[in-house]
Design a protein around this ligand. Structure first.
Ligand code: G4P
Length: 529
């Protein structure tokens, strides 16, 4: 192997690109911040958190974020930790997340599922989990807030299996909980990690010969010791065995108990995660699988477009996941859809949400490209004689719908232009009615997207829009040669998407199921064909 190839392999091997999936309030901001602190990416605790609450100068791109104190779109953070380069793909923590959040997950090679141990698996976690699970990526679980009175750990494992359908392997096990929580027994390293409330950064580790070591009794006391023996014996006998193959396929999730706010269990988690999580994985394309360790030419795809990160400028940033080859600032690459070479001169990288110009980057890295309006979600960029077109990114089924019209009919042209450009960014889908007047219906995954749309149409296109909420909750792409629109009149409506595919909107699950029963020959797809 030549020197360049070896260098590339090393760069790929050291990278880990993942997303944290969780329900709001589980502690994602807190955990992210602790991880960044380990990597030295931020110096002050409270930086990420502080931004979330009040300091919005760099990350905000519009008033809505300021007003609500939330991050509307996801961003990327990078840090180094003991020979590894870590890329965290952030996903909005607020309930009003969007299709963008789902799509961001396609750029990750693994996911960290963060769960509030008092609440268990919550709605948003479930949705995000399902997207990861469909891709078969490895999922690592962090059971957070062990310093509080939480649910029984066995219960939590049971819930992972019942609600998410994934088996779990506890890498460590809590000793007591809430006020009695005194730490965890690390099943992999055979050691005790002791929790000392009030002294957050000093975590005491004691090596033991096994969980029946007398030291465990001495530290935990008789009652917790007996409880721990019983529980760990049960796990050894009845629990799953650790199987890295299954972890890699997303069939078994390693579980870590800890407390992000106290920095308890975070470092052990990070170290185990870096060891077990996969390096940047191959992606499918028109040229077959593009494996970053063997394919030398540069290639990548755009998975997200974000507008106006800096309110002073109307620029858009296209987020590119590098799939193969080395990226160098100023290099020329082919924009495959357009068929032209473009120069990547102002690429940006994200360090704890500050933007930095990036000089070089490798597979697994995410770079932000300045976009004067030339990119679309799913666009491929490649170098070399053969164009590479990566598999199309999935379109996810919206769950909320509104009819949209304009207040001032004279602004029709700007209105259509705005709808066209904003739907291209991929957070909102637009549908056309199939009977009567051609009316436009917008579909979103989270309510906030409607407000964002309203705001941006006014701010960027000078158009006031009217949104009229429709009662539908489900959308399914319908594939049927003999489709009869008359069948979609009760509690449903047939519309067309941008590409003229038929989409049925349903008010409830019952209406959807009965349509499926009435049309057994038709296919009802959750994502666009
Ligand atoms: P999110 O990004 O997932 O929405 O969650 P975030 O980190 O903001 O955490 C939500 C709340 O949970 C915060 O409290 C945070 O301090 C708390 N938290 C996070 N990890 C732990 C933990 O391990 N143990 C306990 N007991 N609490 C934890 P808050 O009251 O909403 O905010 P703040 O007043 O602490 O800033």
């Amino acid at each position: 192997m030549n020197q360049t190839a070896t260098h590339m392999q090393n760069e790929v091997q050291k990278r880990r690109t993942f997303a944290i999936i969780s329900h709001p309030d589980a502690g994602k901001t807190t955990l992210t911040e602790k991880l960044l602190l380990f990597g030295g990416a931020i110096r002050l605790a409270g930086t990420v958190k502080g931004r979330k609450a009040s300091r919005h100068a760099t990350s905000d791109w519009m008033e809505i974020e300021k007003q609500r104190g939330i991050s509307v779109t996801s961003s990327v953070m990078q840090f180094d930790y003991v020979g590894h380069r870590v890329n965290i793909l952030d996903t909005p923590g607020h309930q009003d997340f969007s299709e963008d959040t789902y799509r961001t997950l396609t750029a990750a090679d693994s996911a960290v599922m963060l769960i509030d141990s008092a609440k268990g698996v919550e709605a948003q976690t479930k949705k995000l989990f399902q997207v990861c699970s469909k891709r078969g990526i490895p999922i690592f679980t962090f059971m957070n807030k062990m310093d509080r009175e939480g649910r029984d750990p066995f219960d939590l494992m049971e819930e992972l299996e019942q609600v998410l359908g994934i088996r779990s392997y506890p890498m460590n096990w809590p000793i007591g909980s809430g006020k009695q929580f005194c730490g965890v027994y690390d099943r992999v390293r055979n050691q005790l990690e002791l929790f000392q409330n009030g002294d957050h950064d000093q975590i005491v580790v004691r090596k033991v010969s096994g969980y029946d070591d007398p030291l465990v009794r001495e530290i935990a006391g008789d009652y917790l010791y007996e409880q721990l023996q019983e529980q760990l014996q049960l796990l050894d006998v009845a629990g799953d065995e650790f199987d890295l193959e299954k972890v890699r396929k997303g069939e078994l999730t390693p579980v870590f108990f800890g407390s992000a706010i106290n920095n308890f269990g975070v470092q052990t988690f990070l170290e185990n995660f870096l060891e077990l999580a996969p390096q940047p994985q191959p992606r499918n394309s028109s040229q077959g699988e593009i494996d970053p360790t063997t394919f030398e030419k540069f290639s990548g795809y755009i998975f997200k477009i974000q507008a106006n990160m800096n309110p002073a400028h109307r620029d858009r940033i296209a987020f590119l996941r590098i799939c193969s080859g080395k990226f160098e600032r100023g290099m020329s690459v082919k924009h495959v859809r357009v068929g032209k070479d473009i120069k990547l001169s102002q690429p940006q990288q994200f360090l704890a949400q500050e933007r930095d110009i990036v000089e070089e980057a490798f597979p697994g890295d995410i770079i932000g490209l300045f976009d004067p309006g030339i990119f679309r979600i799913g666009d491929s960029l490649s170098q070399g004689a053969q164009d590479i077109v990566f598999d199309e990114l999935p379109t996810f089924s919206p769950e909320m719908f509104s009819k949209v019209s304009i207040k001032n009919a004279l602004k029709q042209k700007q209105f259509l232009k705005g709808i066209d450009q904003l739907t291209e960014e991929g957070t909102i889908q637009v549908f056309h009615t199939t009977s009567g007047f051609d009316e436009l219906i917008l579909g979103v995954v989270g309510q906030l997207q409607f407000e964002v749309m309203e705001y941006r149409m006014r701010a960027e296109y000078g158009v006031d829009i009217l949104l009229h909420r429709l009662p539908f909750q489900f959308a399914r792409w319908v594939i049927d040669d003999k489709l009869d629109p008359a069948k979609f009149r009760i509690n449903s409506q047939l519309v067309k998407d941008k590409k003229d595919n038929y989409v049925a909107l349903f008010e409830n699950e019952y209406a959807m199921r009965s349509a499926m029963e009435k049309m057994p020959q038709a296919k009802f797809l959750e994502t666009a064909p």
